[in-house]
Design a protein around this ligand. Structure first.
Ligand code: SF4
Ligand code: SF4
Length: 352
């Protein structure tokens, strides 16, 4: 199999829980976790590389690892650029997720001088909405950061966490993107956990989410790419390129938890997805390959039989599975946390 065919494998690494902002929908509940030093992070990254090399040799499966550094606010870490340099030299594609507030001219120079594939800046809509969620002055800082980076040729994407607070502000986001030279805007759903719990009433009803996603699906902006990787986007088309089947017993697309991604916390704790909160071990203690192959938590996410509701019998299960994080958070809010609950925002199940 040629190297031209590569599966991307996402390693989302929360380098720190420290942050310069206190956003209303933040899913972090505390800011006390120890941070691994650079040499221990490098050791874990080497273990990822060794595993991908072994899978290529043993099974002919070629993976391109993407290291997505985030936080808290990753730019708070003084050794961030040393880490990015190490990862880049080790063959990882790099993404940097930031709130943008610390991106002054010299930081923008340092970012743009590196091979960073994507800088993603969170933006919640127009300035009023963004500042209401992220604090006064945050919009100006985020858009200035995007402008500085774009001027230096850096690929920048804005990301909006969709809820009732901002579902009507897609145009504001596009306007901000066009005004700053950003190349892409992307969307994710609000997960009502952590600080986001207080916004539980703000999650969109299935019909409302469908309307927003329909609009995104039809958007064709001349100067900016509009992207939404939510599993539910597959409902609009055969984007996943596969016919749906009620028989498949293993996931092949949709939610990446247990399939093509892993989240690492500052102390090396590994999770299927940060927003899901399902701990599978610690990469300082258990090598990545062992965790990935043997974790009962990951196998439970991969097994259709655990999905007892409509998701479990849905013809689209193997290419969707809904968002497990939203399912878990909403069922927890109702007093019965269930990772395998139906995705409460799927409009296949509910008309409201
Ligand atoms: S029922 Fe579940 S698996 Fe089927 S489309 Fe909806 S969220 Fe996806
Ligand atoms: S649980 Fe939700 S946020 Fe996490 S990988 Fe799946 S779809 Fe994405």
């Amino acid at each position: 199999m040629s190297d031209a065919w590569r599966n991307e494998f996402l390693i989302q690494w929360h380098l720190t829980e420290r942050c310069n902002l206190s956003c209303r929908h933040c899913y972090q509940e505390g800011r006390t976790r120890t941070e691994l030093p650079l040499d221990e992070i490098a050791g874990i990254l080497r273990a990822f590389t060794a595993t991908f090399n072994a899978w290529k040799e043993e099974y002919g499966m070629v993976f391109q690892p993407r290291l997505q550094v985030t936080g808290g606010e990753p730019l708070i870490r003084r050794d961030l650029f040393d880490l990015l340099d190490f990862a880049s030299e080790s063959g990882f594609t790099l993404s940097l997720l930031t709130n943008g507030a610390l991106v002054d001219d010299s930081t923008a120079d340092a970012i743009a001088a590196r091979e960073i594939d994507l800088v993603q800046i969170s933006l919640e809509g127009g300035s009023k909405t963004h500042d209401a969620v992220r604090g006064a002055g945050a919009f100006e800082k985020a858009t200035s950061a995007a402008r500085r980076l774009s001027e230096r040729g850096q690929f920048v994407s804005f990301n909006m966490t969709l809820s009732r607070l901002n579902a009507g502000e897609v145009d504001s986001l596009i306007e901000a993107g066009n005004g700053t030279g950003a190349s892409r805007i992307s969307f994710s759903r609000l997960v009502p956990s952590g600080s986001g719990l207080e916004l539980a009433d703000a999650i969109l009803m299935p019909r409302e989410l469908k309307e927003v996603y329909e609009e995104l699906n039809q958007r064709n902006e001349p100067a900016i790419e509009v992207v939404c990787r939510d599993p539910l986007m597959g409902l609009f088309s055969a984007r996943d390129g596969r016919p749906a089947s009620a028989k498949e017993e293993m996931p092949v697309g949709g939610c990446s938890a247990g399939l093509a991604a892993i989240t690492v916390l500052p102390d090396g704790t590994a999770m299927a997805c940060r927003r899901l909160g399902l701990v599978i071990g610690n990469l300082l203690e258990t090598p990545f390959r062992e965790l990935w192959v043997e974790s009962p938590e990951l196998w439970s996410l991969r097994s259709r039989e655990n999905y007892t509701g409509r998701c479990g019998s849905c013809a689209r299960w193997a290419v969707c599975r809904g968002c497990r994080a939203v399912a878990n958070a909403v069922s927890a809010g109702a007093g019965k946390p269930d990772v395998f609950a139906d995705d409460p925002q799927c409009w296949l199940m509910r008309a409201d």
